[in-house]
Design a protein around this ligand. Structure first.
Ligand SMILES: C[S@@+](CC[C@H](N)C(=O)[O-])C[C@H]1O[C@@H](n2cnc3c(N)ncnc32)[C@H](O)[C@@H]1O
Length: 417
């Protein structure tokens, strides 16, 4: 009997150690984050799932959904939490604001800042605030302040913060977050650009922010004042473009709809296929005429568009509605075994395919590196950022994002930034 009880009592600690071991190296790179994740009993914040599920390193626990089944609140997956904690580089004694609560991540933050530091966590949903408070009390982290508020305005009462960590999908950076960050503070935010969200660690840079790292991620949507519907331009049943608000006026939807059904042009410019996420960032932020093109499986099976569009692919859109997008195929001439190609539709398909091909070559030859992009955010009240020589600007409601790419210094491919 005693043996069984001891076994059960040890189970959470064993699962925690196994979870941390799995995450070591990538994304956990510091002992501080490993220690915090080894210490905090995650299962106390996920009472609705089994012990094993609570400690699965890549699994989020959905907690609340809206009427359409869209998840509004979840306990984020340990892999993602560790990624953002490493990006935040939290030190003992810091004052930290977590935006979006559930309790567990706030407890990790409390472990990282230690007794001399302070953690405030804010959520817009009273049920989540209650739940976070209960979990934190049960796990022994009563010092965390959990606040009920719309984080669009930050939490001025405990500002300024050395670190602000946002844990929902954010279409923009509200001015309050910048205002409430210390002079050498860091903001880690899942920022959506052109339909794709990356967790970006930003440090201050003059009136704005400059990125230190970026990682692809997925989060629940922001609610409240900053809520923002993803803009979709439907081209046909099961075919649409995801666009920024500022793009919308520039696209001739009638011409795009016609171009979709016109004969295609195909090109293979000889560009290597590698690091699709980095290539996607380069393509999407390179021109205001780029948008993410999606097609349903049915339309792909029907032959209207290729499988490259199933999860969304950057498309270059010409003024006459012609558009081009990236495809790939196996190639013995490429060091990755694959090369990029282009398919284009519309009256000037050959021209737009040629332009797209040039972009693919430019990236492959000059910028093919991981983490090479530099992402600058400038609030709207500051001067508009100049278009970077290599890169582009994405306009948001509260400011602008300029993504630039320092060229490779050596040969193409593989060189770390
Ligand atoms: C992914 S969950 C938070 C996960 C949490 N950080 C953890 O420990 O895993 C995102 C939360 O953001 C909250 N949220 C969404 N919009 C908000 C807003 N404008 N202000 C504050 N909280 C918001 C949601 O209610 C939801 O609980």
């Amino acid at each position: 009997m005693t043996t069984i009880r001891n076994h059960d009592a040890d189970e959470p600690a064993r699962l925690r150690t196994a979870m941390v071991d799995e995450l070591r190296g990538d994304p956990i790179t510091s002992e501080a984050v490993a220690d915090a994740m080894t210490a905090v009993p995650r299962h106390l914040f996920a009472p609705e799932v089994s012990l094993q599920e609570a400690y699965e390193s890549n699994t989020a626990v959905p907690v609340k959904r809206d009427g359409d089944g869209l998840t509004l609140s979840s306990l984020s997956a340990p892999h993602l939490q560790a990624t953002m904690l490493e990006q935040a580089a939290i030190r003992s004694g810091m004052n930290v604001l977590e935006i979006g609560s559930m309790g567990y991540n706030a407890a990790l933050l409390q472990e990282l800042v230690g007794p001399a530091g302070h953690v405030t966590s804010v959520d817009i949903d009273p049920d989540i605030v209650e739940r976070a408070r209960t979990g934190l009390t049960q796990a022994g982290y009563e010092r965390v302040d959990v606040i009920l508020a719309d984080a669009e305005h930050g939490v001025p009462a405990s500002a300024p913060y050395d670190r602000i960590i946002v844990t929902f999908d954010s279409p923009d950076i509200p001015p309050a977050w910048l205002k409430q960050l210390t002079g050498d503070g860091r903001l880690v935010v899942p920022l959506r650009m052109k339909g794709i969200t990356r967790s970006i660690a930003f440090d201050r840079d003059g009136a704005g922010l400059i990125s230190r790292s970026y990682r692809l991620c997925r989060f629940v949507p922001v609610q409240g004042q900053g809520a923002h519907d993803r803009r979709r331009l439907t081209l046909d049943t099961g075919v649409y473009l995801t666009v920024e608000d500022s793009d919308e006026a520039g696209f001739d939807v009638t011409a795009l709809r016609q171009a979709l059904h016109e004969p295609t042009s195909n090109a293979w410019p000889g560009a290597v296929f590698d690091m699709p996420d980095e290539l996607e960032l380069f393509l999407l932020t390179n021109s205001p005429r780029m948008a993410l093109l999606h097609a349903s499986q049915e339309r792909i099976d029907g032959g209207l568009l290729t499988a490259a569009t199933r999860l969304g692919v950057p498309a270059l859109i010409a003024h006459d509605g012609s558009f081009a997008y990236r495809i790939k195929r196996a190639s013995q001439d490429s060091d990755t075994g694959f090369e990029c190609g282009v398919i284009a539709h519309g009256p000037s398909a050959a021209d737009v395919a040629e332009q797209y091909g040039q972009l693919l070559l430019r990236w492959a030859e000059n910028f093919r590196r991981r983490d090479a992009a530099s992402i600058r955010y400038l609030p709207a009240q500051a001067d508009t950022p100049p278009e970077p020589e290599l890169g582009g600007v994405v306009r948001k409601r509260h400011g602008s994002i300029a993504v630039s790419w320092p060229p490779n210094s050596g040969t193409a491919g593989g060189t770390p930034a």
